[in-house]
Design a protein around this ligand. Structure first.
Ligand code: ACO
Length: 433
């Protein structure tokens, strides 16, 4: 079988280039455009990277048209039903499901790396009481590079593994400290006898003066949400981690860059924005007014939690979370759930509206997640932090994959320059305007 290639001809100079096509295991092949500049003197132009594969990866696969999401080949629906966040973390990092012994060792290592240096805890005192938790988490994660710099050789696989375990174990402790700082309550130390999500809930809600009773429903809900948020191939924050990491930067600093990129409302910040929007809409009779605003390009209002760069069908994660909302709210005994009812109605109306149908805009992972976070008592400003905790695993898996790849190069996009052509400096007294 002949290898597939594309031939591109510059008709003005009659020069041509043959571009090889590289197939993946599933999904679209890619055209290797490396020869374009050498042979034709041009770059590709793809603002927003809509059709650009920035790397080769074996971690996560998305078919946006079919609404399919696979972690290392396993459908996210199966993992959500049968697995745990710790097992999924192992899978993303190592490429295969762990044996019982491997899982115990991995979980044990994560449990024993949960404490953070006391000096890091003191950093929180420097933040104003109303600092956004994402700002605090990003800053404190970046500061970890000051604690683990001399011992962090990115080309040493064992040191990379220690980094992976440290950041996955410590980011819940940092997140909970950000929450406690906002409340003015004492920081709660991690408990190594608890599983990952129960420990996070304990650090978020316990106080030193009375016993804290863990709610297993809340811990299970969080574990499931974390599985669904764990990775999503080359999204904005993961690409940021890869780009920052490609310079050889300290990986804690690269993860901090990912936290910052995630914060934006077009990305992970949407979960916070969805709840604000639902509260703003208030009641179902206001939905048409807000839909009209979302369709009006001059309003700058978008239906938060709707639309996705890759999914042109239901985001499979949104379907699972919507189902989960029913179960979690029922198990928590919530009968009065106005925001969930409103979200369901909004989805129903939007999915019948021509504007959303034509543009294939469906609910994404963030549309329903805030409803569950709220139901288990997570404050709105912490929603994106919850996302960041789960996505840390994906960021680390991508960073590991990139650093271990012998073909790794610094990420360095090019541009179409449209500024002034060459001109000579004019003395200040001779400038006219
Ligand atoms: N509300 C109204 N219109 C929308 C929405 C929306 N939520 N999303 C997209 N559109 C429209 C655009 O205006 C555009 O219309 P046009 O063709 O008439 O110009 C069309 O749909 C295509 O949208 P783009 O902005 O080109 O799509 P893009 O892939 O660049 O953006 C994004 C994807 C950022 C997710 C967008 O859909 C959006 O802003 N959604 C709301 C924010 C959100 O929920 N973000 C979370 C995404 S999931 C995640 O990152 C975890």
């Amino acid at each position: 079988m002949t290898e597939k290639t594309f031939e591109l001809v510059d008709r003005a100079s009659d020069r041509k280039v043959t571009l090889p096509v590289r197939p993946g295991t599933i999904g679209p092949s890619v055209v290797d455009v490396a020869a374009l500049n050498k042979d034709l003197g041009v770059f590709t132009y793809d603002p927003g990277f809509g059709v650009t594969a920035s790397c080769e990866s074996r971690i996560t696969y998305i078919d946006g048209d079919a609404g399919v999401l696979l972690y290392r080949g396993y459908p996210v629906e199966q993992l959500a039903e049968k697995s745990s966040f710790m097992e999924v973390s192992y899978l993303l990092l190592h490429g295969s499901l762990p044996t019982r012994k491997q899982l115990e060792e991995f979980e044990g290592s994560i449990r024993h790396h949960t404490m953070i240096n006391e000096s890091l805890l003191r950093f929180f005192h420097g933040f104003h009481y109303d600092a956004h938790p994402m700002a605090m988490v990003s800053a404190v994660v970046a500061s970890m590079s000051a604690f683990y710099h001399d011992t962090m050789d990115i080309y040493n696989p064992r040191q990379r593994e220690i980094f992976a375990h440290r950041i996955i174990a410590k980011i819940p402790t940092i997140a909970a400290a950000a929450h406690k700082h906002a409340l003015g309550q004492p920081y709660i130390y991690p408990r190594n006898d608890l599983d990952y999500c129960s420990n996070l809930l304990h650090m978020l809600y316990a106080v030193p003066c009375e016993p804290y009773h863990l709610d297993p429903v809340a811990a299970q809900a969080l574990d499931l949400l974390f599985i669904l948020h764990a990775d999503h191939e080359q999204n904005a924050s993961t690409s940021t981690v890869r780009l920052a990491g490609s310079t050889g930067a300290n990986p804690y600093a690269a993860i901090s860059a990912g936290v910052s990129a995630l914060w934006g409302p077009a990305h992970g910040g949407a979960n916070e924005a969805v709840l604000a929007m639902l509260e703003q809409i208030g009641t179902a009779d206001h939905i048409p007014k807000f839909l009209a605003m979302a369709k009006d390009k001059s309003s700058h209002f978008r239906l938060m939690g709707f639309g996705h760069r890759v999914y042109k069908n239901f985001d499979p994660r949104a379907k699972i979370i919507r189902e989960m909302c029913h179960k979690v709210l029922a198990r928590l005994g919530r009968t009065d759930t106005p925001l969930f009812e409103l979200a369901l109605r909004l989805e129903e109306i939007a999915l019948k509206d021509d504007y959303f149908v034509e543009r294939k805009l469906y609910p994404n992972v963030d549309f329903y997640s805030g409803i569950i976070y709220s139901a288990i008592g997570i404050p709105r400003s912490m929603f994106t932090v919850m996302f960041a905790i789960a996505r840390t695993v994906g960021w680390v898996a991508h960073w590991q994959e990139m650093i271990a790849d012998p073909a790794m190069r610094i990420g360095r996009p090019r541009q179409l320059y449209t500024g002034p052509t060459r001109r000579d400096y004019v003395e200040i007294g001779k400038r006219t305007s």
